[in-house]
Write a protein that binds this ligand. Structure first.
Ligand SMILES: Cc1ncc(COP(=O)(O)O)c(C=O)c1O
Length: 376
């Protein structure tokens, strides 16, 4: 007789040993908990301005072809991206968003037991993949609410890191480093350490924060997405820029039909609509200024940001948690980092002017009580 599988087939030792985490609590989960719809969805740094009308039209048209598998080489989009960046198509790989590409890099370049460095409290999906592939993580605290590049490089050398993760501009602080700082950082990493430069928010950043594209440099993989400025988070599409050898390495293991046909069409059209993108970037900049003024008026400092969100500094973790709870109670979806010293911050995505006005009203209502209660 076959042994009973009533108690389930065991997962691999690696997977069985992982904590049962859900890395992101979604606004949909909050709605299920409260039984009420979210009034302000400002927690995931999605674009409140949505995709370009051209991208929408292209995606609607592509639905007619949804019976087909998409081109597994993502060729048309890769060729357009290559033209856009002035590089060869062999330098571009398309994936289901940066989150997917992060997993690919970890799988391709980090053996089980090897170490990767990141900042303590940085964008967590990288950590999730490192754990999932049996790697070890070395976390370096933020300094002055920015990634501490010197300490990251020092840690990478000390532990012999094979991968380093850096988001520039950064999530959750919104901070950024200059191209010169980044070049020095790459030089300070061990020679066999690959830098994953996550540029999810690059479109919102000042020019000084964008290093020149050197796709011949084998030490760096640049990761970009259509989820933020292009307003297509739900389509799940992003890309990596790297050497042809790195791109070929991804080809050995990537999910070849993973990127869907509608997303390919939307991304291609969005890339061609520079005017719309410029409008979004300007609208986001105006929204950031609004938040800075709002924070100043209420006595809540805000961090300088080069992103489509702003971090409000509640001063201390208890007050940040109380503010988050008060906002969630009012059906406002925002997030806060869990790791010190960033756990004084509440991160708010730039909304439309109407959403910002509603957010200001709610914040003005809840803040005096939150500030008073946490102090007392
Ligand atoms: C730094 C950073 N990287 C990557 C992502 C996710 O990008 P994608 O939607 O392309 O997976 C986010 C989304 O919030 C992010 O903040």
């Amino acid at each position: 007789m076959l042994p009973s599988t009533r108690h389930g087939v065991p997962a691999t030792r690696l997977v069985a040993g992982l904590p049962a985490t859900i890395p992101f609590v979604a606004p949909e989960a909050l709605e299920r908990q409260s039984g009420r719809p979210i009034a302000l969805r400002l927690g995931a740094n999605e674009s409140v301005f949505g995709p370009s009308p051209r991208a929408k039209a292209a995606m609607n048209a592509a639905v007619e072809r949804i019976a087909w598998y998409a081109d597994p080489e993502n060729y048309e989009l890769r060729a357009a991206l290559a033209r856009h960046h002035g590089v060869g198509v062999e330098h571009v790989s398309v994936g289901c968003g940066i989150d997917d590409l992060l997993g690919l890099v970890v799988r391709a370049y980090l053996d089980a037991g090897e170490t990767a460095v990141t900042s303590l409290g940085a964008y967590p999906t990288f950590n999730y993949h490192v754990a999932g592939y049996g790697g070890r993580l070395e976390r370096v605290p933020y300094r002055d609410d920015r990634n501490d590049l010197e300490a990251l490089a020092e840690a990478a050398r000390r532990v012999g890191a094979r991968l380093a993760f850096l988001a520039n501009p950064d999530n959750p602080t919104g901070s950024w480093h200059t191209a010169a700082d980044l070049a020095a950082f790459v030089d300070a990493l061990p020679v066999d350490c690959l830098l994953l430069l996550d540029e999810a928010y690059v479109e919102f950043a000042p020019a000084e924060a964008v290093p020149p594209l050197d796709v011949a440099d084998p030490r760096v993989v640049r990761l970009r997405t259509f989820s933020k400025a292009h307003g297509m988070a739900g389509a799940r599409i992003g890309y990596a820029l790297a050497t042809p050898e790195t791109i070929q390495t991804f080809d050995k293991i990537r999910l070849h039909f993973g990127v869907n046909l509608v997303a390919q069409a939307g991304a291609l059209a969005s890339l061609g609509d520079a005017a719309y993108l410029a409008g979004v970037i300007a609208a986001v900049a105006a929204g950031r200024e609004d938040y800075t003024r709002l924070g100043a008026a209420l006595g809540i400092p805000t961090l300088p940001a080069a992103t489509n969100f702003v971090a409000f500094d509640a001063g201390e973790p208890a007050r940040a948690r109380a503010l988050l709870a008060a906002l969630v109670e009012r059906d406002v979806f925002v997030r806060m980092p869990g790791a010190p010293p960033l756990d004084r911050l509440v991160r708010v995505t730039v909304g439309t002017p109407e959403q910002r006005a509603l957010f200001a009203t709610i914040l003005e209502e809840v803040w005096p009580e939150v500030a008073g209660r946490a102090e007392g």
